[in-house]
Design a binder for this molecule. Structure first.
Ligand SMILES: [Zn+2]
Length: 322
């Protein structure tokens, strides 16, 4: 090979949530070379302003101009039209049914190409890269306010025909269960989500936690580990419903690995232990389920790793691979 090959530019990944915006700069090998965190501001104008500021500050920290960056990838909650870079119904961000042309606005402010993706999908790609599962099938099960999964199959993101692939939180599991925000009754999400936990284990206040359910989850798992019978009951019921979600994912697409993520996963190892135990219990009477070896296929990534921002940057690097 002759000639000088210029280093491919760094791409930025943004994970825009209701309380914080995580920004990473990632090189072409998926290595994080810069990272920062800003507080979110609500509404369309707030989302755009903080995103633009995050990109500018990241460039400054790397001692390069914004124009020297390659592209921006953004992970956002809500209904995302990734073809148009448009997001709607992102309640946590203060973006309603009118929607927000996020890619268009960010491009106007930065001059860079912008790709927009659902945050759980972005996290699935980021998790696959972080775990080094290149080519293996993975489901990223996000237990946040709600419950949803992102699927990476044959190394590629599977959005589905109407971008609903992985929306397993809205699979009804109890016809007499509570009414779900989606309008159906007894969805899995009404039993296994941060919102469900906050109802099942109410805590007086959790000022330091902005996402519903995280404070409840911490309090619940602490009480359960202290041997409080009520807490053990609520924890085990929660873990059992989460295990249903894992079973659903494996029986639908037989992914190699299910990665547990989302705000509630910040509880850490104890959640994984409770889940593995529930999976083992559910497999006790079924040689078929046992043969699938579910408990050993569930894993976690340290909650400090910004998988959604990393995944968003990977999409910016190579939109075709996503
Ligand atoms: Zn639902």
């Amino acid at each position: 090979m002759n000639g000088v090959r210029l280093a491919p530019p760094l791409c930025v990944g943004l994970d825009i949530g209701g309380s914080k915006v995580l920004a990473v700069a990632v090189d072409e090998n998926g290595r994080v070379v810069g990272q920062l965190r800003l507080n979110s501001e609500p509404g369309s104008d707030g989302v755009i302003a903080v995103a633009v500021e995050a990109v500018a500050r990241l460039a400054e920290r790397l001692d390069i101009a914004v124009s020297e960056l390659g592209a921006i990838g953004v992970g956002v909650p809500g209904l995302v039209d990734s073809e148009r870079g448009f997001v709607a119904h992102a309640v946590n961000l203060g973006v309603g049914s009118e929607g927000l042309a996020l890619a268009q606005h960010l491009h106007r402010h930065t001059g860079l190409k912008v790709a927009v993706e659902n945050d759980v999908n972005a996290a699935a790609l980021g998790a696959a890269r972080t775990l080094g599962l290149n080519g293996a099938d993975l489901a990223y099960l996000s237990v946040g306010t709600g419950l949803a999964a992102g699927l990476v199959l044959n190394g590629q993101l599977r959005r589905g025909h109407r971008s609903a692939a992985g929306e397993i939180g809205h699979v009804p599991v109890d016809p007499n269960g509570p009414l779900c925000t989606c309008g159906q009754r007894g969805c899995l999400e009404t039993f296994a989500s941060g919102r469900a936990l906050a109802l099942a284990w109410p805590v007086p206040s959790y000022h330091s936690e902005s996402e519903p359910g995280i404070g409840a989850a911490r309090s619940l798992f602490l009480a359960a580990s202290n041997g409080e019978p009520d807490a053990i009951g609520v924890r085990d019921a929660f873990a059992s419903h989460l295990a249903e979600a894992v079973r659903l994912l494996v029986l639908a697409v037989d992914v190699d690995t299910v990665v547990l993520g989302g705000g509630v996963a910040a509880v850490g190892e104890e959640l994984l232990t409770a889940l593995a135990s529930a999976l083992a219990t559910q497999g006790a009477g079924s040689a078929f389920l046992r043969s699938l070896d579910l408990p050993s296929r569930v894993t976690m990534i340290a909650s400090e790793v910004p998988v959604a921002a990393i995944g968003a940057a990977l999409i910016a690097h190579d939109p075709a691979a996503s």
